[in-house]
Design a protein around this ligand. Structure first.
Ligand code: PLP
Length: 363
């Protein structure tokens, strides 16, 4: 099997699994218990918090564990339940879009043809004055990176709080919460070779989120419920590895992506979406003229190759990708989109085999 769907999820790293196993088998204490097993579990959670803090350059005390990126996004934007005005990027993940729809009012911030929010659109926000602006660090379909630090520096002096969904950026490019200047940052474990069902919201001290789940007071009383200790330990280990191996992984993925794009471009029927802008090193979104992306996905699946025809959450839907539509791509063209999202585990041999198959479809 050739796995090219790493933006949907990544395989669990063996070293992560090894770190998790004791907490599934023998160290089963409830972190709130006072006895030894409880204290061991609590201490493991704090170690994981520090490992994640090191990866994102944030104080550990400003990290709240969640069930994943979706929950972290809802956590940050749930103030939408009250009288909040929210503005979100036009290419945000559904977990941001749907959370924003619960606000008293919400608006969309337009993107240009490569999916970037331009400074005019930011200037516009200073006039429309939403309470919260949510803009993703990197897009899950195109890999397009936004200038978050610059955007936050323009908006926060006007009292506009900024949330950033950094789920796809984490572990692929350097990320510093302290430097970004945003109030909230969402991350997820399973995109960095950690377990599914675990993520975190990182918050600025001056703007803690409203409590999401009330109960026993865990996670600073902001997100009650007995912690998923093994998953949190796994997330921590995955973060430690991602930090240590970031440059190596980045360079491997970038070399593979460059090779893939060069090979694809030899085919006159191929369109690459969202090039010529800062992008994640692992993501390629392309289409074959007049060939439905979903058809290509299914053909590749039969041949043992896993790709996506857009965001994983939207798979199965026949509608063209809203991300591409927001970038002004015509619906018929958007319908051809196929997403390849690489990992450092992929090889050049896999790329060449993939390209050979793609070229055979075009003929
Ligand atoms: N945000 C982005 C940009 C994503 O790509 C995803 C997952 O695909 C999420 C949020 C949701 O994360 P999770 O699967 O951990 O809920």
């Amino acid at each position: 099997m050739i796995y090219f769907d790493n933006n949907a999820t990544t395989p669990l790293d063996e070293r992560v699994l090894d770190a998790m196993m004791p907490f599934l088998k023998t160290m089963y204490g409830n972190p709130s218990s006072v006895h030894l097993l409880g204290r061991i579990a609590q201490s493991a959670i704090e170690t994981a918090r520090e490992q994640i803090a090191a990866l994102v350059d944030a104080p550990p005390t400003q990290i709240i564990f969640t069930s994943g990126g979706t929950e972290a996004n809802n956590f940050a934007l749930q103030c939408g339940a009250s009288s909040t005005k929210i503005a979100i990027g036009a290419t945000e993940h559904p977990s941001v879009l749907e959370a924003a729809k619960r606000a008293q009012s919400w608006e969309i911030i337009p993107v240009n043809t490569v999916g970037v929010i331009e400074s005019d659109a930011i200037e516009q926000l200073i006039h429309s004055r939403p309470d919260i602006v949510s803009i993703m660090f990197a897009n899950n379909e195109t890999g397009t990176i936004q200038a978050i630090q610059d955007i936050a520096s323009k908006l926060t002096p006007h009292g506009i709080r900024v949330h950033c969904d950094a789920v796809q950026a984490l572990g692929k490019i350097p990320l510093s919460f302290s430097q970004l200047g945003v109030q909230w940052l969402s991350i997820s474990s399973h995109k960095i070779y950690g377990p599914k069902g675990c993520g975190a919201l990182i918050f600025d001290k001056s703007t803690p989120p409203h409590a999401l789940i009330v109960g026993g007071g865990q996670e600073q009383d902001l997100r009650s419920g007995t912690e998923n200790v093994a998953a949190i330990v796994g997330f921590g280990k995955a973060a430690e590895l991602a930090k240590r191996e970031l440059h190596e992984r980045h360079n491997t993925m970038l070399a593979l992506r460059t090779r893939l794009e060069n090979e694809l471009l030899k085919n006159a029927h191929v369109t690459l979406f969202s090039t010529h802008t800062q992008r994640l090193p692992n993501t390629v979104l392309f289409g074959l003229d007049h060939i439905d992306g979903e058809w290509v996905l299914l053909k590749l699946d039969q041949l043992g190759i896993a790709v996506s025809s857009g965001s994983a959450c939207a798979s199965g839907a026949t509608e063209p990708s809203p991300v591409l539509l927001a970038m002004g791509v015509a619906p018929e063209k958007a319908q051809t989109a196929i997403r390849v999202s690489l990992s450092h585990h992929n090889t050049e041999t896999e790329i060449l085999k993939f390209v050979e198959i793609i070229h055979s479809f075009g003929n």
